[in-house]
Design a protein around this ligand. Structure first.
Ligand SMILES: Cc1cc2nc3c(=O)[nH]c(=O)nc-3n(C[C@H](O)[C@H](O)[C@H](O)COP(=O)(O)O)c2cc1C
Length: 138
C-alpha cells in the first residue's frame, strides 16, 4: 500500500511524531512517500492510497504556513481518499485539528480520528503515533 506522510514542524515536535509513524509504516511493509510540506510532491501524494498530514497548531489555531500552502494545493485531490491528520499543540484544545478535519471532509475525504500530542511526544505518545499510523494499513 502506498502511504503519503507529509508534515510541517517548527521545533521538531510534529516531526518526532512523523518519524515514529514513518518507521512503523516502513517496518509494516508500506511504501511511504515521506516529506516535509515545503518539499512535498503533490502528484505522488495524490496518487497514494492513504494520506497522512501533520502540522502543529500555529497562529491562532491554524496550520503552519508551509502545510497550509501544500494542503491548499492538494485539497481538490482528496475526494474518496483515506486521510489522517496529526500534530503537536500547546495551550489550545485541538481546534486547529477539528477545523482541518472539517476542511478535509468537505473536500470529500474519508477522514479518520486525528492524533494530537501536547508539546514534545514522550515514549508512550510515540507508541501511539506508531499504532495510529499502522491502523491505516488495515
Ligand atoms: C507562533 C506560534 C503560534 C502557536 N499557536 C498555537 C495555537 O493556536 N494553539 C496551540 O495549542 N498551540 C499553539 N502553539 C504551540 C505549538 O503548537 C507547540 O509549541 C507545538 O509543540 C509546536 O510543534 P512543532 O515543534 O511541530 O512545530 C503556537 C506556537 C507558536 C510559536
Amino acid at each position: 500500500m502506498k502511504v503519503a506522510l507529509i508534515y510541517a514542524s517548527t521545533t521538531g515536535n510534529t516531526e518526532a511524531m512523523a518519524n515514529a509513524m514513518n518507521e512503523a509504516l516502513a517496518s509494516a511493509g508500506a511504501e511511504v512517500v515521506f516529506s516535509t510540506a515545503d518539499s512535498a510532491d503533490a502528484e505522488s501524494v495524490a496518487a497514494s492510497d492513504v494520506i497522512l498530514l501533520g502540522s502543529p497548531a500555529m497562529g491562532d489555531e491554524v496550520l503552519e504556513d508551509t502545510m497550509e500552502e501544500f494542503y491548499t494545493g492538494i485539497e481538490g485531490a482528496l475526494s474518496g481518499k483515506k486521510v489522517g491528520l496529526f500534530g503537536s499543540y500547546d495551550w489550545g484544545d485541538g481546534q486547529w485539528l477539528r477545523d482541518w478535519e472539517d476542511r478535509a471532509r468537505n473536500a470529500g475525504a474519508n477522514v479518520s480520528e486525528s492524533l494530537m500530542v501536547h508539546l514534545t511526544p514522550e515514549a508512550d505518545d510515540l507508541a501511539k503515533c506508531q499504532d495510529w499510523a499502522k491502523a491505516f494499513l488495515a
